[in-house]
Write a protein that binds this ligand. Structure first.
Ligand code: NDP
Ligand code: MG
Length: 390
């Protein structure tokens, strides 16, 4: 098996830590080029020493001195800042796993594609903001994007050897998040701590809150459209509280192929790191009889307004994904900071989409400049809405 030169962007996050764990278990398989993080330079340095990375980069220049001190004598080069992230994306690399959270993952992911690397993409926000741009750049530079989000990895695996033209529908499952069984009238008062605890998956705080609001599922519906090129009408979502089936693909002959496994991201990460090979992965093997029943129910539109917004975004196309994601990220910032309530997040995003639509801000070619402009405008409109509420 040839050695893969691999970089992990966002190695200090939830996805990144799992990826580091997998790579450390199979050192003969991987040679680590770059690890990147943000504020957590102690962890970044420890990971870089363990994996003997060529370079460690923090996104924040004010953390460079700490990173340098932590890596003194290790032989690992250090760098900091947004430009340094782009520079390491240019280093010759076979595989780049991007676990950066938010739209900040777009520029380094694009850059990795431009050197022809395979991009194992957990950073769903970049696809939501700029899917057509990522796909066209991948095609132009002979690069490839492999999904790491568990649902999309599941669909990707169900499609191996299949003709996409034979697909009738794609069903994305959802746990329903922390508040799936709460009375509706309690949702407006949900606290940050309550929203930050996921019933099934251990993930970063932002995606955990997005799971409670189903903004995460909204992003994933758009992500499905981008990855697989199906019509929005072919994409469904169903609540499956046990989180054992990650997605299903329905074919024109009526067959429905489900991907089943424990809620452990190391499966999807390991699949994308090793693709097209399947190697041993340290995930639990399901004992179906012990698991008991798997249940399903339709999502409630009142509880999860984000799903309706995702449908509007898919219908609008253009820069709507970038506006939606930017507004969603800002609404989440405001919720985390205690400035708005849990259900205000959807109201804020709906307002920003309406505002942008009225100003012609949803139309336009999907270039990096336009996407970043739409993202900026959306965050500003979200802040203005908050300001106008006094
Ligand atoms: P975390 O918040 O745990 O980690 C995010 C990573 O990105 C950290 O390494 C963080 O550094 C780094 N980072 C934060 N801000 C910036 C920035 N501005 N520029 C560069 N790097 C930055 O997130 P998750 O691991 O939970 O999620 C990562 C991505 O994967 C998201 O897009 C998420 O939607 C997706 N995803 C995650 C899943 C999960 O199980 N967690 C499942 C499916 C998808 P630091 O912490 O050092 O500041
Ligand atoms: Mg997911």
């Amino acid at each position: 098996m040839t050695v893969r030169r691999v970089s992990i962007f966002g190695s200090t996050g939830s996805i990144g830590v799992n990826a580091v764990d997998l790579i450390a278990r199979t050192p003969d398989r991987f040679q680590v080029v770059a690890l990147t993080g943000g504020t957590n330079v102690a962890l970044l340095a420890a990971q870089a020493r363990t994996l003997q990375a060529e370079v460690a980069v923090t996104a924040y220049p004010d953390r460079l001195d700490d990173l340098r001190a932590a890596l003194a004598g290790s032989g690992v080069a250090v760098a900091a800042g947004a430009d340094a992230l782009l520079e390491v994306a240019d280093r010759p690399t076979d595989w780049v796993l991007s676990g950066i959270v938010g739209a900040a993952g777009l520029p380094p992911g694009l850059r990795a594609l431009r050197q022809g690397a395979t991009l194992a993409l957990a950073n769903k926000e970049s696809l939501v903001c700029a899917g057509p741009l990522l796909l066209s750049e991948a095609a132009r530079f002979g690069a490839r994007i492999l999904p790491v989000d568990s649902e999309h990895s599941a669909v990707f695996q169900a499609l191996v050897g299949e003709d996409i033209a034979a697909v009738e529908r794609i069903v994305i499952t959802a746990s329903g998040g922390a508040f799936r069984d709460w009375p509706l009238e309690r949702l407006a008062g949900a606290t940050l701590a309550e929203a930050s605890s996921h019933p099934n998956w251990a993930m970063g705080q932002r995606i955990t809150i997005d799971s409670a609001s189903m903004f995460n599922k909204a992003l994933e519906l758009i992500e499905t459209r981008e990855y697989f090129g199906v019509d929005p009408g072919q994409i469904e979502t169903v609540i499956h509280p046990e989180s054992l089936i990650h997605a299903l693909v329905g074919f024109r002959d009526g067959a429905l192929m489900a991907h089943v496994g424990p809620p452990d991201m190391r499966h999807a990460i390991g699949y994308a790191l090793n693709w097209p090979d399947r190697l041993d992965l340290p995930v639990a093997r399901l004992d179906l009889a012990a698991e008991g029943p798997m249940t399903f129910r339709a999502p409630c539109a009142t509880r999860y307004p984000a799903l309706r917004l995702a449908r509007e975004v898919m219908a609008a196309r253009g820069l709507a994904g970038a506006v939606f994601n930017g507004a969603k990220e800002r609404a989440l910032d405001h919720f985390i900071a205690g400035r708005i309530g849990f259900m205000d997040m959807a109201a804020m995003v709906a307002h920003v989409l309406d505002h942008a639509d009225g100003a012609g801000g949803l139309a336009g070619a999907i270039t990096l400049d336009n996407v970043q402009g739409a993202d900026h405008m959306a965050r500003q409109a979200a802040d203005d809405w908050l300001g106008s509420r006094g």
